[in-house]
Write a protein that binds this ligand. Structure first.
Ligand code: BG6
Length: 490
C-alpha cells in the first residue's frame, strides 16, 4: 500500500485554464486514485469565471474524462475525488479578493498549503504579496511557479526578488515539467546507477551530443503567449538546458535538492557564452510556413490564432553549445527544438568516437562509433548501437542496436510528470525544481543570443510545416562534419 502524503490544501490559481484541466487536475485525480493523497487533502481551484462549485466539478469531470486514456476514468473514483474539489470565483489580480480566499481556507495552523500559480507570470509577484497580506504565506506555505519566469535575466530577477520578499527560497518551487518525466529521471538512473558509462562519459570518448525536442503541433491556441516568447524562451531556456545539465553534470554527492542543483548550476555556469558575431555562426532560428503532413495541409505560423501577421518570432531553434570544463572541452552539444516539425520526439543522442584504428571495413556511411540514443518521448527507450559483423563472407561491420523499451520492461503505468512533481511539492522536496541561481544562469546564457538576433535584424529562416526545420539547421552541423541523427539518416 503506498504511503499517503501530508495533509494539505492544494490551491490552484488559474483553475479553469488549460494547464489545470489538462495536467494538474488529471494528475491529482491519479494521485487520489492510487492513494497517494492524504484523505484530508483538499483541492481549491480559483479563477475569475463565475461558477458554482458543483458546476465547476461538472466541467472538470467532462474535461478530465476526455483527457484520460480510455479505461482510466472511473465514476466511483471520480465521486470520491470530487468531494476533495472545491471552487472559488475570485479575481486574483485584486487585493480585495484575498480575504475571501483566507476565509475559504480557514484557520489551520501548521497545515501545508500549496499555492500553484498556473496563471500569467505578470500575476506572480502581486499574488505572493496579497497572500502575505492575509497571513497565508506562513512557514508551511509553498508557492509553485510555472514557466516562463520572466522574459530575460532582468525580468526574471524582478519576479524572483518580489517572490523572495515573501517566500524564502526553500518554499519556492519553480517547475520545469521535463524534470518530472520518468524518462528524464531515468537519464539520472542510467548515468549514476550504472558504472558502465561513467568512465566513457567525457571528451576522450564522446564525439558530440545531440538533444532534440521536436513537436508536430504548432502553437495551437497559445499564440498570444507564444508570439512574445518564441522557442528560445519557451523551450531552450528551460527544458533543453535542463536536459543538457542532466547529461553533462558531475555525480552529486547525494540525491538531495542542494547537491543536485549545485551540480546543474556548475554546468550552466560553464556554458561558453554565445555573443556578438558568434550568434550567427552558432545558432539558427526558424519559423514554420505553410506545409503539409501525410497529405494534410498545415497553416503557416503567422496565420495561427492570435499571432501577429508580421511576426518575427522563432518557432524553431538549433544551436551549438559548448561547455568549458575538463570533462567536456571540445565536445559540441547540439540543441534543437521546433514546432510543426515532421515528427514528435524528444531524444538525446550521445555519439561516441570511432575506434582509434579501423581493422574492418564499415558498411554504409554510418560514422563508425557507438551511439547511445535515449528517447524520452513518444516511446521511452534506450538504444545502444554496436558494430557487428555483417553475416556472410569477409569482415564487414554494420551498426546494430541493443534496444531497451521501457513500456515492455515495466508493465506499470508511467506517471505523468505533474503527478511526481505535485507530490514532491506536497512533501517539500525541491530536488526536481529549479533554484533561483539556475534560472539566472540560464538567462545569462540565453540573453546574449536573443540580443544577437535582435541586433542583426534578420528574419527567422522559413521551414515548411511538417518538415525537419530550416536547412540552415542542417548546415550548422555539416560545417562541423556532423549531421542530425534522425530518421533521415537512420
Ligand atoms: C511547454 C511549452 O513547457 O512544453 C510548450 O510551453 C511545449 O510549448 C511543451 O509544447 C512540451 O511539453 P511535452 O511534455 O509535451 O514535451
Amino acid at each position: 500500500m503506498p504511503q499517503r502524503g501530508l495533509a494539505c490544501d492544494m490551491v490552484v490559481f488559474g483553475g479553469t485554464g488549460d494547464l489545470a484541466m489538462r495536467k494538474l487536475l488529471p494528475a491529482l485525480y491519479y494521485l487520489h486514485r492510487d492513494r497517494h493523497l492524504n484523505p484530508d487533502t483538499r483541492i481549491l481551484a480559483l479563477a475569475r469565471a463565475r461558477h458554482e462549485p458543483e458546476a465547476y466539478r461538472t466541467l472538470v469531470k467532462r474535461r478530465i474524462s476526455q483527457y484520460l486514456p480510455q479505461g482510466d476514468f472511473d465514476e466511483q473514483v471520480w465521486e470520491a475525488f470530487a468531494t476533495r474539489l472545491d471552487y472559488l470565483s475570485l479575481d486574483v489580480s485584486q487585493r480585495v479578493a484575498f480575504p475571501r480566499l483566507a476565509k475559504a481556507l480557514g484557520e489551520s495552523p501548521g497545515r501545508v498549503r500549496v499555492f500553484y500559480l498556473a496563471t500569467m507570470p505578470e500575476l506572480f509577484a502581486s499574488t505572493a504579496k496579497y497572500l502575505a497580506s492575509v497571513g497565508l504565506a506562513d512557514d508551511q506555505a509553498r508557492i509553485v511557479l510555472e514557466k516562463p519566469l520572466g522574459q530575460s535575466l532582468e525580468t526574471a530577477n524582478q519576479i524572483n526578488d518580489q517572490i523572495g520578499s515573501v517566500f524564502d527560497e526553500s518554499r519556492v518551487f519553480r517547475i520545469d515539467h521535463y524534470l518530472g518525466k520518468e524518462a528524464v529521471q531515468n537519464l539520472l538512473a542510467l548515468r549514476f546507477g550504472n558504472a558502465l558509462f561513467e568512465p566513457l562519459w567525457r571528451n576522450a570518448h564522446i564525439d558530440h551530443v545531440q538533444i532534440s525536442v521536436l513537436e508536430t503541433v504548432g502553437v495551437e491556441n497559445r499564440g498570444d503567449y507564444y508570439d512574445k516568447a518564441g522557442a528560445i524562451r519557451d523551450m531552450v531556456q528551460n527544458h533543453l538546458l535542463q536536459l543538457l545539465c542532466l547529461v553533462a553534470m558531475e555525480a552529486p554527492v547525494h540525491f538531495e535538492p542542494e547537491a543536485v542543483r549545485n551540480e546543474k548550476l556548475k554546468i550552466l555556469e560553464a556554458l561558453r557564452p554565445i555573443t556578438g558575431m558568434d550568434v550567427q555562426d552558432h545558432t539558427v532560428r526558424g519559423q514554420y510556413s505553410e506545409g503539409s503532413r501525410a497529405g494534410e495541409k498545415l497553416p503557416a505560423y503567422y496565420f495561427e490564432k492570435s499571432v501577429d501577421h508580421d511576426s518575427n518570432t522563432e518557432t524553431f531553434v538549433a544551436l551549438k553549445a559548448e561547455i568549458d570544463s575538463w570533462r567536456w572541452a571540445g565536445v559540441p552539444f547540439y540543441l534543437r527544438t521546433g514546432k510543426a516539425t515532421a515528427q514528435r520526439k524528444s531524444e538525446i543522442v550521445i555519439q561516441f568516437k570511432a575506434v582509434p584504428h579501423r581493422l574492418f571495413p564499415q558498411k554504409g556511411d554510418d560514422p563508425a562509433g557507438n551511439r547511445l540514443v535515449i528517447r524520452l518521448q513518444p516511446d521511452e527507450s534506450i538504444q545502444l548501437s554496436l558494430a557487428a559483423k555483417s553475416p556472410g563472407r569477409g569482415m564487414t561491420l554494420q551498426q546494430v542496436e541493443l534496444d531497451l523499451n521501457f513500456a515492455k520492461a515495466f508493465k506499470r503505468r508511467r506517471w505523468d510528470a505533474y503527478e511526481r512533481l505535485l507530490l514532491d511539492v506536497i512533501e517539500g522536496d525541491a530536488t526536481l525544481f529549479m533554484r533561483r541561481d539556475e534560472i539566472e544562469a540560464a538567462w545569462r546564457w540565453v540573453d546574449p543570443i536573443i540580443l544577437g538576433w535582435q541586433n542583426c535584424y534578420r528574419s527567422p529562416k522559413r521551414y515548411a510545416a511538417g518538415s525537419w526545420g530550416p536547412e540552415a539547421a542542417d548546415s550548422l552541423l555539416e560545417r562541423q562534419g556532423h549531421y542530425w541523427l534522425d530518421e533521415r539518416s537512420r
